[in-house]
Design a protein around this ligand. Structure first.
Ligand SMILES: [Zn+2]
Length: 341
């Protein structure tokens, strides 16, 4: 059979279109985005911006939450995922303070993002633009955990083993209160929890139930909850997620999670995870510049230790010369109270 050049071209084009993005081959000459972003130890010292979507993007001008704060302790510190958009880190700090006032002993802070966001070598699909943070359901102990414990301490699931429902021995009203507090922030658009936890809230929360709409059932999330904030002001390149539907979500959409379907093991050959094959071509163009941007002078210069954001090295983008990434003397991000919903 002879194919004209035109037919061949059309066939090839059709084939290319039929290949899902996740299957796009990563050529040996084209480094994986997760390796490029995973190699950075410090953020881009430029004004804070989230680029792209939660599962396909990057971040610049990130700040870190300190390993220890008055009302928090960071876990799995060696992963170096304590970095977020300043707005996200501010929310975590605020939650730690206000939850403590509610009676929660303090937050064990899990992963936020890599210093410049982007896909990760292991774990999460999302957490790429500095707007997602994982908080353990285990309350902070009343002592400082050792470096070793932060790496190895096993989290406790709130879901009873072999079940889709909360373990009544471990679920408390304090868990409800910390979720309610997080959901009360207008910046927080979604909080991901195991469906069994959402069900427990649906069955037991009295009074104002409107905040339950932000509590979203999802796989995993039995030992931690996942706070997601919306695109911050100034991040014009940040892709908004569809707003959550009105109502509490205590409905048929939740019932689905208690059927067999969501838990059915996948059959046949599996596609690789998107984060494992992404190259820079799959990310917003701005992410190339984010990779190239200068770093701040030190991690300490961009670490949040309390309610006030650090004197930020993010202002480096506004200076010039060889010492362009020394911290600026002014506070770039002025802390301000945000209205609660
Ligand atoms: Zn998460």
């Amino acid at each position: 059979m002879r194919l004209s050049a035109r037919t061949l071209a059309a066939l090839l084009l059709g084939l290319a279109l039929a290949l899902p993005l996740a299957q796009a081959p990563a050529f040996a000459s084209e480094p994986l985005a997760k390796e490029l972003f995973g190699a950075h130890r410090l953020p881009a010292a430029t004004p804070p911006r989230a680029h792209g979507s939660y599962s396909r993007g990057c971040m610049e001008g990130g700040v870190a939450i300190a390993v220890d704060g008055p009302n928090w302790q960071a876990m799995r510190v060696s992963r170096n995922r304590r970095w977020g958009h300043p707005e996200m880190v501010r929310i975590v700090e605020r939650l730690s303070r206000e939850a403590a006032a509610d009676g929660w002993p303090g937050l064990l802070v899990g992963d936020i993002s890599q210093p410049r966001g982007g896909p990760m070598l292991t774990g999460h699909a999302s957490h790429q633009i500095g707007l997602d943070a994982d908080i353990w359901f285990t309350p902070m102990p009343n002592r400082r955990l050792s470096a070793q414990e932060r790496e190895n301490m096993a989290p406790r699931s709130l879901i009873a083993e072999g079940s889709l429902h909360v373990d009544e021995r471990h679920w408390t009203r304090a868990h409800e209160a910390v979720l309610r507090r997080a959901a009360s922030y207008s910046e927080v658009e979604r909080i991901l929890v195991h469906p069994g936890i959402k069900k427990k809230l649906c069955d037991t929360v009295g009074g104002d139930r409107s905040w339950l709409g932000k509590i979203r059932p999802f796989w995993g999330h039995d030992y931690h909850f996942h706070i997601r904030i919306g695109c911050p002001a100034g991040s014009n390149n940040c892709q908004r997620q569809e707003p959550v539907a009105n109502g509490t979500g205590c409905d048929a959409s939740l019932d689905w999670w208690f059927t067999e379907e969501p838990w059915r093991p996948a059959e046949g050959p599996q596609q690789p995870r998107a984060r494992d094959v992404m190259t820079m071509a799959n990310l917003p163009n701005a992410c190339r510049a984010v990779l190239q941007a200068p770093s701040p002078a030190s991690e300490a210069a961009v670490t949040v230790t309390g309610p006030t954001l650090p004197r930020s090295a993010a202002a480096a983008g506004q200076t010039s010369g060889a010492l362009g990434y020394a911290p600026m003397p002014e506070t770039l991000f002025v802390p301000r109270e945000r209205p609660q919903r």
